[in-house]
Design a protein around this ligand. Structure first.
Ligand SMILES: *[C@@H]1O[C@H](CO)[C@@H](O)[C@H](O)[C@H]1NC(C)=O
Ligand SMILES: *[C@@H]1O[C@H](CO)[C@@H](O)[C@H](O)[C@H]1NC(C)=O
Ligand SMILES: *[C@@H]1O[C@H](CO)[C@@H](O)[C@H](O)[C@H]1NC(C)=O
Length: 375
């Protein structure tokens, strides 16, 4: 804390000097601090940034922080800082649409891991109670299937989420049929998207799938008729299905977890006139903003490779670039209007800076297996 204060003062003095002489040597970002990647404040800022990223995402599974790979802090006029973070992340087993906190999810096992890196621009102004995710970009990929096959030949293997693959299609349709028979009362669930596929040899081939579902109402008359889902139907839950065989028999299972945040409109229960009027709803809803970034999913490079090809496997990269400006001196960060800041307090965002020279980065990893750490 004392160190931080000291650095803060140092920077203020430095900043005041560097702005006064006009023709001074080009010094791109005199205000950038390079805190340790294991600093407790940095770790909590990184955790908060990742929570905001999870909230922003519509696809994939919740991320948790594995380590802070790099951090630069840009102290702003008044209070607040813009952080430029490089975060190494791990996927948990909860889908982002489930809106669970990562602490309520489980970390995946090594053979099942998906890991990657995010670049994040995050504005923190504690006195003003502002935590603002300005931009992020992440790249994730599954752990190398080849390495896992060596370490654990019997472990389940991740397959690409390809619904055109007949084995995956069959697993999804048969488990969905079972789910509809068991819990689809007055409504029917439909496949929205396959989110994960595993295969494993038990006593025969076995497939496990996870998929998002939409729903549509059904009539109570006999024979029961169900409407197709509307074209803009949004997922209401995530289901897990499996299909396995032995010599005698086929086994099918299916269960679903439904999302809390989306009210499931059961037929006949919510006539339109009882819904919240549009105006009222929009005053309580947060202001509409587009997504702040994206996540790129890369395939396992060892998939489909034959032994001889392996020599040519290119080194793994995690390209994740994020920038809000190309102006070397930065631009004013556009904040949503509900953050009431004076004009001179508006934060300045710089082009995403080069790596810090801090020798305390990257920080220690929670899960330090090199198979799940970006190089
Ligand atoms: C990180 O910080 C924690 C707590 O401050 C400390 O126990 C740990 O030794 C530090 N790790 C490294 C690698 O510096
Ligand atoms: C999906 O599976 C189908 C059938 O097996 C195959 O023809 C197609 O190439 C696969 N697509 C991808 C992207 O792997
Ligand atoms: C995120 O990365 C993508 C692909 O590299 C790029 O097109 C996009 O502009 C990046 N987003 C930001 C905010 O920099």
């Amino acid at each position: 804390m004392i160190l931080t204060l000291f650095l803060g003062l140092l920077v203020l003095v430095h900043g005041a000097w560097s702005t006064s002489p006009p023709d001074q040597v080009q010094q791109p970002h005199p205000l950038l601090l390079e805190p340790s990647c294991n600093d407790s404040r940095v770790l909590s800022v990184a955790g908060l940034a990742l929570e905001k990223i999870n909230e922003d995402r519509k696809e994939g599974y919740v991320f948790r922080l594995n380590r802070v790979a790099d951090v630069l802090e840009h102290h702003q006029e008044g209070s607040g800082s813009v952080y430029y973070l490089t975060l190494d992340v791990l996927e948990m087993n909860c889908h982002v649409l489930n809106k669970k906190h990562w602490k309520d999810c489980e970390v995946r096992q090594l053979h099942d891991s998906i890991y990657g890196r995010c670049k994040v621009i995050f504005y923190v102004n504690l006195p003003r109670r502002i935590l603002y995710l300005a931009a992020y970009n992440c790249t994730v990929r599954p752990v190398s299937g080849r390495e896992i096959a060596t370490l654990c030949p019997d472990c389940p293997v991740l397959l690409p989420n390809n619904i055109s693959d007949p084995r995956i299609f069959q697993t999804v349709s048969e488990s969905l049929e079972k789910i509809n028979k068991e819990i689809g009362v007055g409504k029917k669930f439909h496949l929205f998207k396959v989110t994960e596929v595993h295969t494993q040899w038990v006593v025969g081939p076995s497939y496990t799938v996870e998929f998002l579902v939409t729903e549509s109402p059904c009539t109570k008359s006999l024979p029961e008729k169900c409407l197709p889902p509307p074209a803009d139907a949004q997922p209401v839950g995530i289901c897990k299905g499996s299909l396995s065989r032995d010599r005698m028999k086929k086994y099918i299972a299916g269960t679903c977890e439904f999302f809390q945040s989306q009210p499931t409109l059961a037929p006949e229960s919510h006539p339109p006139e009882h819904q919240v009027p549009q105006q009222l709803a929009s005053t309580t809803a947060p202001p509409l903003e587009g997504p702040k970034g994206s996540v790129q999913f890369l395939p396992d490079p060892s998939i489909g490779k034959i032994e001889d090809d392996l020599e040519q496997t290119p080194p793994l990269t995690f390209p994740a670039h994020v920038s809000l400006t190309t102006h070397p001196l930065g631009e004013v960060l556009q904040l949503p209007s509900h953050f009431l800041l004076d004009k001179e307090e508006l934060p300045i965002v710089l082009p995403f800076p080069e790596e810090s020279r801090s020798n305390e980065c990257p920080g220690p990893a929670e899960h330090s297996n090199s198979l799940i750490l970006p190089p």
